[in-house]
Design a protein around this ligand. Structure first.
Ligand code: HEC
Length: 277
């Protein structure tokens, strides 16, 4: 009797489990001039190179987390990417920004190494916020020894959907580059590199870029034109100290992640760009 009654229930649970395990298996896509490569979660988890990656995780406020991940360089192996290329990541929530190829594909343990952490359907990661269901999965870019290459927290994109190989930043977004006459060892040029690394994930420049999270930092006006110099510095260091509201999305850059001289370089770049619209 009892068993008869339980049968549909058991079958129902089985159907649910089956659907969860097999429906819409997450896929990571790499797009390049050569076409598209797709990696399913199951295939990634079955790779011999899969290893345990233990990191101090900025997504969880610096908590030590252990992931199963594959070296990112391996996924790009047969793609013959030029030295100049930029790799743009895309996330399921629409977030997208360029990463430096050299850093992302590095395999030398003297520098930071990127891993693609893969979330198992049967063992999800903790939620990012207690009141929201989202975890950083199904794919999350994490770094071994991030301090060796000064990887910023903007370079740990989560909920990844894929990567796209593009020509250099300068070719893809010509309007964000300083004038050709600017030397590569100048403050302005260094500021440009630092802008791409730290700010370009959320701000466009002259309307170019992949983000629409923060305002454009040059059009219609540059913040150097409407913010007093000391308040502009405060905005970058601690946005909430300038204007406070719960919906603010910009995290500050304390001195540990952006040295005093680096902030000045970024400001030199913004001043230079204010003459180039
Ligand atoms: C995580 C995304 C993010 C990053 C990274 C980021 N910003 Fe922002 N920024 C924002 C958002 C969103 C705003 C709008 C105000 C807010 O929500 O706090 C903003 C506002 C600003 C403003 C004020 C502009 C205005 O008109 O209100 C300045 C200046 C600024 N950011 C500069 C920078 C610089 C310089 C960097 C890099 C060092 C940077 N931001 C990195 C998201 C970001």
């Amino acid at each position: 009797m009892r068993q008869q009654w339980m049968k549909p229930l058991v079958l129902g649970w089985f159907a649910l489990w089956f659907a969860a395990a097999h429906a819409a298996e997450p896929v990571l896509t790499i797009k390049s001039a050569k076409g598209e490569k797709k990696f399913t979660r199951g295939e990634l988890l079955g790779r011999p190179s899969l290893r345990e990656v233990k990191v101090k995780d900025p997504a969880y406020g610096g908590r030590v987390m252990t992931y199963s991940g594959v070296p990112v360089a391996e996924l790009f192996k047969d793609l013959a990417i030029s030295d100049e290329a930029t790799i743009v990541f895309h996330c399921l929530d629409g977030f997208s920004a360029p990463l430096e190829r050299r850093r992302l594909l590095n395999t030398n343990p003297a520098d930071a190494i990127a891993y693609l952490a893969v979330e198992r359907a049967t063992d999800p990661w903790p939620r990012l916020k207690a009141d929201k269901p989202a975890t950083p999965g199904p794919f999350y870019l994490v770094w071994m020894n991030p301090e060796k290459s000064k990887i910023s927290k903007e370079e740990w994109p989560f909920m990844l959907s894929g990567f796209e190989v593009k020509a250099s930043v300068a070719e893809t977004f010509p309007l964000i580059a300083p004038d050709r006459s600017v030397a590569e060892d100048s403050f302005v040029y260094r500021g440009y590199k630092l802008f791409v690394k730290n700010c370009f994930a959320c701000h466009t420049m002259n309307g170019q870029g992949t983000s629409n999270l923060g305002p454009d930092l040059n059009i219609p006006y540059s913040p150097i034109e409407y913010l007093k110099p000391e308040l502009l510095r405060l905005m970058v260091r601690n946005p909430q100290a300038l204007r406070k509201w719960p919906g603010s999305r910009m995290n500050g850059f304390p001195k540990e992640s952006l040295a005093e001289a680096e902030l000045e370089d970024i400001i030199s770049y913004l001043k230079h760009m204010a003459q180039r619209r």
